[in-house]
Design a protein around this ligand. Structure first.
Ligand code: ME8
Length: 522
């Protein structure tokens, strides 16, 4: 049995509705989860919302309601987005969940038992937008215009706080980055963090006393001593909560350490510095990989309310189709780098690759089998042109695409897949099966059966990216629901068995419609 696989996304702040960046991360994680399932691994996939902290509290106050009311409403939109985009999560966690409070307190106690928490007074800069403490030396700008390195406002904060001795972990973290380059990827983010940690680490304030919207700090007398945890302490713990930490040792043993924390580039510090330090302190193994993906921009610009260019991802999905959006995002952007989207880019890519290439290949192949062979499948002998094409498709679907997806190089993997689609279309044009119908029906059958087999392989390989469309196609082709994974692509007996089963294709229906540019900007 292949190893189980645990993947998580960041948990989003539900202080507003989800934006395209949230959709992008959820889709990428879902593609990975589905890909690993296709490889036969037992996958656990977690996403959710990060609901505590000052950012949520302030937003709720602005709106004249409680943080819990705001969280309940907004978290629902995030869950709806995931459901609408076909995100195959096993748990949608909310940090207000009871088991999450218990897990966070258990992690706290483990760090305390290791002698790693002490009480002191915090005096320094805090950015509510980033929920982050910054050192004076990291700030940009002067006087009242001081900003965090992320460009967000900071405020001077003074309060009693528990501290975590991050400085004690500096050498261990540097060792981790040096000895285990896979721990933090891509390399550019790793280098950035090596620089940050080498510059020296200050102890981290890990509790707050000026408000109470958070997980209560467990206190020896059973109270909280007036402290709630710093929101990032509880937020990061969500990855353990979902595995039943600390009680469910079986689940922890099976899925921890996580194989992959997929996050955006702006929160690498929390995942690659704070999180491993907390885990080391608590005596828990470290995640195998943190991957900081790039940002998605709207026509090259950051979306913001002031620019008026904020796009609801569900509107985009409604306009272009969920699978089209998923395909576009995975294909267009070199994963790890920033990328850009626009309606024109989505329409151009979808029409060129999904409608005109793969969709057209599937539709014309199945239509010809339906019309010229009464939908019957025949196990007839092939020639070298047929065998070469099948080999090319086999390599693309079972070697190139999986190799690249394993490295999270989605666009490169899809490029290999697309080249195989082009090769199939070229083969159709060269073999011209429609012209063989009268003079050489046996040859026509060989060509159409070759195409049937190739379309099946291509559909199975791309299922993790466009699950609904690929499954509709495979349904039409009569491919059993439990024979749509990479193991099925290695099976050499399936076609003979299917041809012998008496299966007949019905009149096929197109899977990927041609898109028109929407009249107004979605
Ligand atoms: O950071 N393109 O929440 P969040 C791509 N609650 N990804 C983007 C993006 C964009 N334009 N904008 C944001 C938080 N993201 C914390 C996480 S995890 C224990 C706690 C990504 O709602 C961002 O990098 O601000 C992050 O990975 C995720 O969306 C949620 O961001």
């Amino acid at each position: 049995m292949p190893d189980p696989f645990y993947i998580t996304t960041a948990i989003s702040y539900p202080n507003g509705r989800p934006h395209i960046g949230h959709a992008y991360e959820a889709i990428a994680a879902d593609v990975i989860a589905r890909f690993q399932r296709l490889r036969g691994r037992e996958v656990r996939f977690q996403t959710g919302t990060d609901e505590h902290g000052l950012k949520m509290l302030r937003k709720a106050e602005e709106q004249g309601r409680t943080a819990r009311e705001l969280a309940d409403e907004m978290s629902g939109y995030f869950k709806d987005m995931c459901d609408g985009l076909g995100i195959s999560y096993d748990r949608f966690i909310r940090t207000v969940d009871d088991d999450h409070h218990r897990a966070s307190q258990a992690l706290w106690k483990a760090m305390e038992a290791n002698g790693d928490l002490y009480l002191d007074r915090y005096e320094g800069w805090y950015s509510v937008r980033d929920e982050a403490f910054y050192d004076e030396s990291e700030l940009v700008g002067e006087g009242d215009d001081k900003l965090s390195p992320q460009g967000t406002p900071v405020e001077w904060t003074v309060e009693e706080s528990w501290f975590f001795p991050l400085s004690n972990y500096q050498d261990k973290l540097l060792e981790l980055f040096e000895n285990n380059p896979d721990f933090l990827q891509p390399d550019s983010r790793r280098n950035e963090m090596i620089g940050f940690v080498s510059g020296g680490l200050r102890d981290l304030s890990v509790s707050r006393t000026s408000f109470d919207w958070g997980v209560k700090v467990p206190h020896a007398d059973g109270g909280d001593g007036g402290h709630v945890m710093y929101v990032w302490v509880d937020a990061l713990t969500n990855y353990l909560t979902g595995l039943g930490y600390p009680d469910d040792t079986e689940m922890m043993q099976k899925f921890w350490p996580a194989d992959l924390h997929l996050i955006g580039k702006d929160i690498v510090r929390f995942h690659a510095v704070y999180w491993p330090a907390f885990l080391m302190s608590a005596g828990l193994p470290l995640p195998k990989q943190v991957f900081g993906h790039g940002f998605l921009l709207n026509r090259g610009e950051k979306e913001s309310k002031s620019l008026g260019n904020v796009t609801d991802p569900m509107t985009l999905a409604g306009t272009f189709g969920v699978d089209t959006l998923r395909y576009f995002l995975m294909r267009e952007v070199a994963f790890g780098q920033d990328g850009s989207y626009s309606p024109e880019a989505i329409v151009t890519r979808a029409n060129a690759e999904l409608a005109n290439s793969f969709g057209n290949l599937a539709q014309r192949s199945l239509s010809m089998i339906f019309k010229n062979m009464d939908g019957e499948l025949k196990d007839v002998s092939t020639n070298s042109a047929d065998d070469e094409l099948e080999e090319l498709v086999r390599v693309a679907c079972t070697a190139e695409l999986p190799r690249e997806f394993e490295k999270l190089n989605f666009s490169v993997g899809l490029d290999a897949w697309m080249r195989a689609v082009f090769a199939c279309n070229q083969y159709v044009d060269e073999q011209a099966p429609w012209a063989l119908r009268k003079d050489d029906p046996a040859r026509m059958q060989a060509v159409l059966m070759t195409l049937f087999r190739c379309v099946r392989s291509l559909a199975i390989a791309v299922r993790c990216v466009v699950p609904t469309s690929a499954d509709r196609l495979l349904d039409q082709m009569g491919i059993a629901a439990d024979a749509r994974d990479f193991a099925a692509l290695d099976d050499i007996t399936w076609f003979a068995a299917m041809a012998a089963s008496g299966f007949r294709l019905e009149k096929p229906e197109g899977i990927f419609p041609r898109l028109d540019m929407p009249e107004s900007e979605p």
